[in-house]
Design a protein around this ligand. Structure first.
Ligand code: TXA
Ligand code: MG
Length: 344
């Protein structure tokens, strides 16, 4: 199969992409968070192709992308007022809501659950593609399963050239980590995955929020979890990653002492001078967490190289958007954290 490269700036791109979706094909779509691998979310056989292309476990459900809030009524029922309040505050934007699913949504999309995740992305070309195709687009992050997510069209090309129908190039993703997911099907709203919309922002609208334990801790493979995707090893480069926490100086002391040839250091731009000779790679500025979010996956992909032995990574402290960076980096590190204030 030849994979078409379409530019978001070309006038007919939305129509070409929408036609492929209508015909049951696969199109990688840009969003403000990460690139998605999209197909008609109401077409079982189109959705099956997503799972095949990604190598995604069948029990991991997909997010339905809509071009406007009203459309969730076609795919969800018993929608609480809180969902409309969140949509009003954050859509289009990096927020996904889990709601009770209508029968119109195939079980293959929801992986057999009676709930469905919905989101309206903050990306005009992708909303145009959804609107023109006349169906919701089911789209997981476009990376091969288990690998770091795709934040440029080139990342998608690397993973899927020759295996999908088209890639729409909308440039690098602004946010850089996947959407915040909030489950509204329980008595209390529950955060399933942190992202660009912070827990503080959600609480300001909802008044209440439970943080699911899978967000901050490692999960057993057999455990029953709210978002099935949370139990899989994620975002991981080929080699082991270990997070080194503690002050800038203590962390540098620890890493420089244990560093061996073939290792790499993933750090903040401000720390680069501390790691001369240790093959450092910066993913953004500690002083501006948004840049860390935007740069994390590209850096993890660069470090996805079997010739590297081990990666020592620095992780931002704090809540807000830093919470999302901590979640992704800890998953990449399989929750392996060394405290340089304690260990030498
Ligand atoms: O930013 C994003 O959300 C990107 C872009 C493309 O929109 N998409 C994305 O999809 O990250 P994916 O498939 O990589 O992650 C979706 C997560 C998975 O962890 C999945 O288990 C969870 O959402 N999920 C989907 N449907 C669910 C449901 N009904 N209940 C609970 N979790 C659900
Ligand atoms: Mg993903």
């Amino acid at each position: 199969m030849r994979t078409l490269m379409l530019s978001a700036n070309e006038l007919n791109t939305a129509k070409i992409a929408a036609d492929i979706i209508k015909n049951g094909g696969l199109v990688a779509i840009p969003t403000e968070t990460v690139y998605g691998l999209g197909a008609n979310g109401l077409d079982e056989s189109a959705v099956a192709k997503i799972f095949e292309a990604k190598g995604r476990p069948q029990d991991n459900p997909l997010i339905l992308h809509v071009s406007r809030t009203e459309d969730i009524e076609k795919f969800c029922h018993s929608i609480p007022q809180a969902a409309y309040a969140l949509a009003e505050a954050f859509w289009p934007g990096p927020l996904t809501m889990v709601l009770p699913a209508r029968d119109t949504v195939p079980k293959r999309t929801t992986a057999g659950l009676d709930t469905v995740a919905v989101r309206c992305p903050d990306c005009a070309i992708t909303r145009d593609i959804i609107a023109l195709s006349g169906v919701p687009i089911a789209a997981p992050s476009a990376n091969i399963s288990g690998k770091p997510s795709t934040t440029t069209a080139q990342h998608v090309h690397h993973d899927h050239d020759g295996r999908i129908d088209a890639i729409v190039d909308g440039g690098p993703c602004r946010v850089g980590v996947e959407s915040t997911i909030v489950d509204l099907t329980d008595e209390r709203p529950r955060l399933l995955r942190p992202g660009g919309i912070t827990p503080q922002q959600l609480k300001a609208v909802l008044g209440d929020l439970v943080i699911d334990k899978a967000v901050t801790a490692s999960i057993d493979h057999d455990a029953v979890v709210k978002a099935p995707g949370m139990k899989y090893r994620h975002y991981a480069p080929a080699e082991p990653v270990v997070i080194v926490s503690g002050s800038r100086e203590k962390a540098a002391q620890y890493i420089r002492k244990h560093f061996e040839p073939g290792d790499r250091v993933l750090c903040f731009e401000e720390e680069l001078p501390l790691y001369e000779g240790c093959a450092p790679l910066s993913y953004g500025q500690e002083a501006d967490v948004d840049t860390l979010c935007a740069g994390l996956f590209a850096a993890l992909r660069e470090l996805d190289d079997p010739s590297i032995h081990q990666v020592y990574a620095r992780c931002p402290e704090g809540d807000g958007v830093a919470f999302a960076v901590q979640n992704r980096l800890k998953k990449a590190a399989a929750f392996h954290v060394i405290d340089a204030e304690v260990e030498v």
